[in-house]
Design a protein. Structure first.
Ligand code: CA
Length: 230
């Protein structure tokens, strides 16, 4: 089976080689760029399905590359996985807010990189085919009815506030996807219940309490945000 085309943007040759070797072995077509400038050019030229983008690059840095790629209408369906050094959570947050789909922290094992790439490509593909705004989401004994603004756990309705419901629905619609606090605020903003990024944490505490045995479906991603368990 023909696999997807992946572009690696990374200036460190050893790491690029490690990525290329492992992705090729999985059957992906791989193109490499050592600078952000070249990365942008190759992304436009080759139209890969996914870009692995190191943030620490000479010249245009990775965040700028991410912004540029995301603002390019011709690259709407391009998946972006950013790569950062451990402890660079603020960069991860910025990258996600600029539209990156996921991230990997260095040092990473090839196995983790492949798993992340595969998951992002799968989620992207699924996103295009299903899950409209109003689809009912079910996870074991928990059902989320967006149309009715209702959550049922083991046949009993759960009393969520408007904001709690919005946050749960946002996360549950895209399992595995990490949302930063700002992205959560942004998604529920403009309603009767304004939230700050600090109060997102408070909302999550309340939400987990009400979800009872399903509380751990909402995972904390340290220093970055929250996600619904995949
Ligand atoms: Ca680098």
């Amino acid at each position: 089976m023909a696999r997807e085309h992946i572009l690696i943007v990374e200036d460190e040759e050893d790491i690029r080689e490690l990525m290329r070797y492992n992705l090729s072995r999985e059957g992906y077509t791989v193109t490499e760029a050592g600078t952000g400038e070249k990365g942008i050019r190759l992304a436009r030229e080759k139209k890969p399905e996914l870009v692995i983008l190191d943030l620490m690059l000479p010249g245009i840095d990775g965040l700028e590359v991410c912004r540029t790629l995301r603002n390019d209408d011709a690259l709407k369906s391009l998946a972006i996985v950013i790569v950062t050094a451990k402890g660079e959570e603020p960069d991860i947050v910025t990258g996600l807010e600029l539209g990156a789909d996921d991230y990997v922290t260095k040092p990473f094992s090839p196995r983790v990189l492949i798993a992340r790439v595969r998951a992002v490509l799968r989620r992207k593909a699924g996103e295009e085919t299903n899950a409209t705004e109003d689809s009912i989401i079910q996870r074991e004994g928990m059902k989320i009815h967006p149309g009715r603004h209702e959550v049922i756990i083991d046949n009993d309705p759960v009393d969520l506030t408007y904001t709690e419901f919005k946050i749960l629905h946002l996360l549950a619609r895209r399992p595995g996807w990490v949302f930063t606090r700002y992205q959560i605020v942004d998604a529920v903003r403009g309603e009767d219940h304004p939230v700050s990024d600090r109060s997102v944490d408070v909302q999550i505490v309340g939400l987990r309490k009400k979800l009872g045995r399903y509380a751990d479906l909402i995972e904390t991603v340290r220093g970055v945000g929250y996600r619904f368990k995949e």
